[in-house]
Design a protein around this ligand. Structure first.
Ligand code: BES
Ligand code: ZN
Length: 638
C-alpha cells in the first residue's frame, strides 16, 4: 500500500516535471510546482486580456454584396483584470472609422486609437486608450473585400445560381478579419448580433435566432441573434444566402439552399441518435439546438463546429450516409472544443484529438464497431502516410507554433495521434473508468479554455493517482513531446479490411479477375481501403480495367472519386483528366485540393496543367484554400 502511494507520488512528481518542462522551466528533483509564468501566453494574438478582458461582443452589421463588405459596429464589454489603461485588440485588413467608449453613464464619447503595422500572419493590433472607468468600447468599421475569414460567392457558385452567398470561417485566427476583438481561444465571450441582409436573403449564426424580419422580394431582412454561453472568438460564425430550414428532430435540423435541404435532412437523419449516444457517455448537450448548415462546395473544410450550427461541406452528401462521421466529429466538438477549449493553438490536440476519439465512439454506438474500426483504421493509415513527410517538430502533440501560422499545426498529428493517445489510456484503465474520467473532465473544465498542462495536471490528479500502473503502460510525456508514434499505440484493426487487402493483392498479382471480387456489398470505407492498398504505380491497362469494371471516374462519392483522381494523376491516366479539371473547378475543400495539386505538380506536364486549372479556379476558392494552393504551386498571392 505504502509502496503504491509512494509510486503514485513519484509519478505525480515526474509528471509535474513534464509540466514544468512544457512551460520551459528546468526541473530539479526538489523543484516545487510553482505557478508557471506565461504558460497561457498566446503567440497568435496581440491582445492583453490579463489587463483588460473583453467578455461580450455586440455586433450591428449590414451585409453589402455590392461592396463585398460587412459595415457597422462592434461594441465590446470590458472587464478590468489589471491596471493598464490600454485595450489591445486584433484586426486584419479592417477599415476602422472611429472608436468610442462609455463609462457607467452609458454615454459614448470618441477616444484615441492606433492601428499598428500589419503582420502577414497576425494582422494589425488596434490599441485603444481608455479612462479607468470605461466599461464599453464601440468600434465603427467595415471589412475588406479580401478579408481572410469571409468568402463572398457569386450566384454561379451556388446551387440555385440566382443569389449570392456569404459565409465566415473564423478558426484559427480569422475572426479578426471581420470583427475587431481579442482573437485568442483563451478569451471567452458571449455575443449578440443584429444583421441586416439584402432582399430575399436569410442570415444564420452560431447562436440562437432571437427575432427575424424575414427578407422577401420587397424588403431587406433584419435578424437578431444571442449566444448566451461564453465561447472563444473562433466560434463566432455567420452565413447569408438563399437558405431554407428543415427539421430532423425536436432539436436538430438542416439549413441549406432550397434544392439541397431535403437531401441533406435525409443524409443526416441519424444526428439525434448521435447526440443521444454522446449524452449517455459524456453528459448533457449544453447548447440547446444542434443544426447543420450545408454550404456551397467552395467551403474550404469538411466541417466546422460552430456552436449550435455546424458548417459542413456538401461533398459529404453521398446519398448513403457513408460520410456522416464528419457530423459525428463536429457534434463531438460540442464537448471537446466548444465546452472545453484549447487555450492556445499549441494545445490544438486537446480540441481535435479528443474529438476524433469521441467521433469514433459515436460511430461505434450508432453504426457498430465494425464501421467505427474501419474509419479509425483509415485515419491511422493517413496519419502514417503524413508522418513520412512531416518534420520531427511537427510530429509532436504539444507543437511549438511561435512565429508560425497556426494553420501549420493543422496536420493529422493533433487529430489522429491525439486520438491514439486517448485509445492507449482507454486500454490501460479500461473503458468504463476512462469514460468516467472523460465525463468528469468535461464537467470540471466546462466553458473554460485550458492548456496541455491543465490537462496533464487533472489527468495525474484524477486518473493517475487512482491507477498508477497507467504511467508504466502509457508514456504520456513521449506522446506529447516526441515525434512519431510511441510503441504502446493501439492500432485499430478490421477483418473486413484484411479481406479487401487480400483481394486487392490477388487481383494485382494476376490471381483473380476484377469481376470475381465481391465488391457488391462494399462500403465506402472498403472501397477506399481497396484503392489505397493497390501499388502506387499502376500500368495504363490496369487503370483502364479498374475504371471499366467499377466506373470510378463517374463515382458520385467525393472520397472515392478523389482517391481515384489522385491515382489517375499519379499514373498519368489521361481518360480521367477532364474529371480532374472538373473536380478542381467545382470543389473548394482544401483536403481534396491540396493532394491533387501536389500530385500534379510532381511532373512538368502535370504542373503546366495544374497552373492552367488553378488560374481559372482560384477566384472560386476560399482565401484560406487559395493561400494553401499558392504555396503548393509556388505562385505569388495576388
Ligand atoms: N475545427 C476543425 C476545422 C478547422 C481546424 C478549421 C483548424 C480551421 C482550423 C473541424 O472540426 C475539423 O476538424 N474538420 C475536419 C473534418 C473532420 C471530420 C476531421 C475537416 O474539415 O477536414
Ligand atoms: Zn475537428
Amino acid at each position: 500500500m505504502r509502496a503504491a502511494i509512494n509510486r503514485t507520488r513519484s509519478i505525480a512528481a515526474a509528471l509535474a516535471c513534464v509540466f514544468l518542462w512544457l512551460a520551459g522551466v528546468s526541473c530539479s528533483s526538489e523543484a516545487e510546482p510553482d505557478p508557471i509564468p506565461n504558460v497561457r501566453e498566446d503567440h497568435h494574438s496581440y491582445s492583453n486580456p490579463n489587463q483588460i478582458r473583453v467578455t461580450r461582443v455586440e455586433l450591428d452589421l449590414d451585409v453589402s454584396f455590392e461592396r463585398t463588405s460587412l459595415e457597422g459596429s462592434a461594441t465590446l464589454v470590458l472587464k478590468r483584470e489589471g491596471t493598464g489603461g490600454e485595450l489591445i485588440l486584433d484586426t486584419r485588413d479592417l477599415n476602422i472609422k472611429s472608436v468610442d467608449a462609455a463609462g457607467p453613464s452609458g454615454e459614448f464619447a470618441s477616444v484615441d486609437f492606433e492601428l499598428g503595422d500589419s503582420d502577414a500572419i497576425l494582422g494589425a493590433s488596434l490599441t485603444i486608450a481608455l479612462s479607468p472607468n470605461a466599461e464599453r468600447v464601440r468600434i465603427d468599421y467595415s471589412t475588406s473585400p479580401s478579408a481572410s475569414g469571409l468568402q463572398w460567392l457569386g450566384p454561379a457558385q451556388t446551387a440555385g445560381k440566382k443569389h449570392p452567398f456569404l459565409f465566415t470561417q473564423s478558426q484559427a485566427i480569422h475572426a479578426r478579419s471581420w470583427i475587431p476583438l481579442q482573437d485568442s481561444p483563451g478569451v471567452r465571450v458571449t455575443y449578440a448580433a443584429t444583421i441586416r441582409t439584402p432582399k430575399e436573403l436569410f442570415a444564420v449564426m452560431s447562436a440562437e435566432m432571437e427575432a427575424q424580419q424575414p427578407s422577401d422580394a420587397a424588403t431587406p431582412g433584419e435578424y437578431r441573434f444571442q449566444m448566451p454561453q461564453p465561447i472563444p472568438s473562433y466560434l463566432i460564425a455567420l452565413a447569408v444566402g438563399d437558405i431554407e430550414f428543415q427539421a430532423m428532430s425536436e432539436r436538430t435540423g438542416v439549413y441549406a439552399e432550397p434544392s439541397i435541404v431535403e437531401r441533406a435532412a435525409k443524409e443526416f437523419e441519424d444526428t439525434e441518435a448521435m447526440m443521444q449516444a454522446v449524452e449517455k457517455l459524456y453528459g448533457p448537450y449544453q447548447w440547446q439546438r444542434y443544426d447543420i448548415l450545408v454550404l456551397p462546395p467552395s467551403f474550404p473544410f469538411g466541417g466546422m463546429e460552430n456552436p449550435r450550427l455546424t458548417f459542413a461541406t456538401p461533398t459529404i452528401l453521398a446519398g448513403d450516409k457513408s460520410l456522416v462521421s464528419l457530423v459525428a466529429h463536429e457534434l463531438a466538438h460540442s464537448w471537446s472544443g466548444n465546452l472545453v477549449t484549447n487555450a492556445t493553438w499549441r494545445d490544438f490536440w486537446l480540441n481535435e484529438g479528443f474529438t476524433v476519439y469521441l467521433e469514433n465512439r459515436i460511430q461505434e454506438a450508432v453504426f457498430g464497431r465494425e464501421r467505427a474500426e474501419m474509419e479509425a483504421s483509415l485515419e491511422v493509415q493517413e496519419l502514417e502516410e503524413e508522418l513520412k513527410e512531416l518534420e520531427p517538430r511537427d510530429q509532436v502533440l504539444h507543437v511549438d507554433l511561435k512565429g508560425r501560422d497556426p494553420d501549420e499545426g493543422f496536420t493529422l498529428v493533433p487529430y489522429v495521434k491525439g486520438m491514439l493517445l486517448l485509445r492507449s489510456l482507454e486500454k490501460a484503465v479500461g473503458r468504463d473508468r476512462f469514460d468516467t474520467f472523460l465525463r468528469s473532465y468535461f464537467d470540471h473544465f466546462s466553458f473554460q479554455s485550458i492548456t496541455t498542462e491543465d490537462f496533464l495536471d487533472y489527468f495525474s490528479r484524477y486518473l493517475l493517482s487512482a491507477n498508477p500502473e497507467v504511467a508504466e503502460k502509457v508514456p504520456v510525456e513521449d506522446w506529447l513531446l516526441k515525434p512519431g508514434l510511441p510503441h504502446d499505440a493501439v492500432l485499430p484493426s478490421s477483418n473486413a479490411f484484411e479481406r479487401v487487402e487480400a483481394v486487392a493483392s490477388r487481383w494485382y498479382g494476376g490471381g483473380i479477375e476484377l469481376a470475381e471480387i465481391p465488391s457488391g456489398q462494399w462500403t465506402t470505407q472498403e472501397w477506399l481501403r481497396f484503392l489505397r492498398t493497390l501499388p502506387e504505380q499502376l500500368e495504363a491497362d490496369r487503370m483502364n480495367e479498374l475504371d471499366k469494371a467499377f466506373s470510378l471516374s463517374e463515382s458520385g462519392n467525393s472520397e472515392i472519386l478523389h482517391q481515384w483522381l489522385l491515382m489517375s494523376v499519379r499514373n498519368s491516366y489521361a481518360p480521367a483528366y477532364p474529371k480532374v479539371e472538373e473536380f478542381l473547378s467545382s470543389v473548394g475543400r482544401r483536403k481534396f485540393l491540396k493532394p491533387l495539386y501536389t500530385e500534379l505538380a510532381k511532373t512538368a506536364d502535370g504542373k503546366q496543367r495544374a497552373l492552367a486549372i488553378y488560374k481559372k479556379a482560384r477566384p472560386l476558392y476560399h482565401p484560406i484554400a487559395a493561400a494553401t494552393i499558392d504555396e503548393t504551386l509556388g505562385v505569388a498571392p495576388e
